[in-house]
Design a binder for this molecule. Structure first.
Ligand SMILES: [Zn+2]
Length: 115
């Protein structure tokens, strides 16, 4: 986003943390939006061996409580270079504004516990 971006944008979810809960095994994990875009209602449960789908809480979780939580995943918009090895259905998802997830590339912990 540069200064030339004049359109009035929707309230951004960048930096917002979300929780996904797996109804099959009860595992929950935190995600964060690194870029603007849409995130899915369901995503893979992050508990090893579960293989089921975890459901989004749609950001209805206290951001204060999650401020010190490093997320399990970050949602990101791939660069052109990162698109190279993606299958067609993923490219289609991205073309529609969808984000992809990966392990976080940086710290999303707001308050460092340094003394
Ligand atoms: Zn699970």
């Amino acid at each position: 986003m540069g200064v030339s971006d004049t359109k009035i944008s929707e309230p951004t979810l960048v930096g917002k943390k979300n929780i996904y809960i797996c109804p099959s095994c009860g595992h929950g994990f935190v995600t964060v939006d690194k870029d603007d875009g849409t995130t899915p209602f369901m995503t893979d449960c992050q508990r090893p061996g579960c293989g089921k789908a975890a459901h989004s809480l749609f950001y209805r979780c206290p951001q204060d409580m999650l401020a010190d939580v490093q997320p399990a995943l970050e949602w990101y918009r791939p660069t052109v270079l990162e698109l190279g090895d993606k299958p067609p259905h993923v490219l289609d998802h991205i073309a529609k504004g969808g984000l992809l997830h990966r392990p976080p590339t940086k710290s999303y912990v707001a308050r460092r516990m340094r003394t």
